[in-house]
Design a protein around this ligand. Sequence first.
Ligand code: F6R
Length: 588
Amino acid sequence: MCGIFGYIGKKENAPDMVLEGLKTLEYRGYDSWGIAWIKENKIEVVKNTGKIADAKGIQLPPANSAFGHTRWATHGGVTLANAHPHLSRDCTLALIHNGIIENYSEIKKELIEKGHTFLSETDSEVALHLTEEYYKNSDSLLEALHKSFSRFEGLNAIIVMDAKTKKFAAVKNGSPLVVGKGKDGNYLASDAHAVLPYTQDVYFMEDEDYILVDDKSVSVYDGSLSKKSIQYTQLDWKPDLVSKGMYPHFMIKEIHDQVDVLERIIQKKDSEIHVLSEEIKKSFGTYFVGCGTAAYAALAGTYLFSKIAKYHVNFTVGSEFGFLADFLTDKSLVVALSQSGETVDVIESVKKAKEKKARIASLVNVLGSTLNRESDVSILLSAGIEKAVVSTKAFTAKLAHLILIAYDLSGNIEVGRKYLRLARDSTKEILTTKNLKIISRLAKTLSAKEHIYVIGRGLSYPIALETALKIKEASYIHAEGFAAGELKHGVIALIEKDTPCISFVPLDETHGSNLAGAMELKARGGKIIGISPQKHDIFDIHLPYTDASVASVIPSVIIGQLLGYYLALEKNVDPDMPRNLAKSVTVK
Ligand code: F6R
């Protein structure tokens, strides 16, 4: 949460570069934004509330060092004063921050007693004043930052700009920060892909790393300020992976990307899948953990493993994992699922599991992310960069991997590949213009509804939950997913005449009982939208897809994603940046 981008070097257009960098990171937070740059021996700042994409005609001066921030508000409302960067009174220090300083209020009191005046309600401004206070009595910016950061509780990334020494000092604990080493200068960013237009050499900062950057060099120090050597990773990503191309939104581009993503996963070598199946075989108990969409993929995994591999897997959402972790042992395996690899509740779960000496595996999309680095075994999802806040291709990439791993465990990985090929072909058919028109027409008729219910059984249950989530976040319509069999235990009381009810009816063992659930809804006036390979009289509207056996979860959820997307368009919501959300949830 919160996007950070900084440049210091020979180029004269640092503020403009930062503006562009922030635009690529805006999915991390879009409440407000701000940029600071050094002009002679002082720092100047521009700030604004709202999305950076909406800020037109900004004229920024030339400068060769600048940094900026896009905010996802935690402490303090969405106001200009609360926007970052925060600037010291004498305009020589500026600070940007991602995270939460949990003990900020006691430190703030202490600083007020010392005469500091605060202009914002943020915890971040406390970091600025405390660092400034320590810097008064030290000639080392890094030492001052070290002293202040050591007092903070919580997970944070902080960068301080110093106009006197023309340096940036940075530190992180939990929240991500990446250093990019370019030919003409150095970069700092919250996500590696933001620096791709300038360099492919990046250093993923470790927790408790302190960094000092100027126009020529980058120095890294450990938590006791002893110098460390720096190993850059060479990224082989292409900058054009980050563009929307011919599509109006990243969400629809990423929905279309899924055909290629599936192909890449089908092409993976057996050995790339074996690493995780071998860990599962060795363990005494495997536990899946994830949040939001990743949690629904994990839940789907429990069904897939039971059905295909006859393995029992436990599952819980990241925010609850800590309360269920007491029984973990050194023989347990925790498999964390995450697109970003930075979701704080997942990272905390992994830390808890490590305390219990459990092995850690992950299915993660972002190379170099905390989860990717903290895992004993990590499979990269190969979904490509996912920018829309509403996750789509990372979900199906997780499902595809889980299908392959489950078949690998049962000794039939080729069968898994065969079904994924069917799912890829079925997805291609769904994405034809004719089908897209049908789904967008349906969205028109649903857009005035207040509630939508989504039901499924077995493997379709997590798909129902995920479809409801797509509709909620993309269109703000209240949508709820339920296990079809649970309806009669209360939920059915909510069904009135014409209530839209989306029913997943795959051709598996749940077919008959799913139809029965839909009939119960129809008998109470529900309008049934059947997502199924087969037409049925009970459906008021039928959205078909070609059956892909167990991999039908993929085409069926893609229909749910498309419905979410077209509902967003009908409701005039930007599906790439829905209100109150951010792509990477790095705060509790
Ligand atoms: C929903 C969505 C979120 C994320 C969740 C976990 O569309 O994007 O629910 O799935 O915040 O994020 P990752 O997968 O990055 O751990």
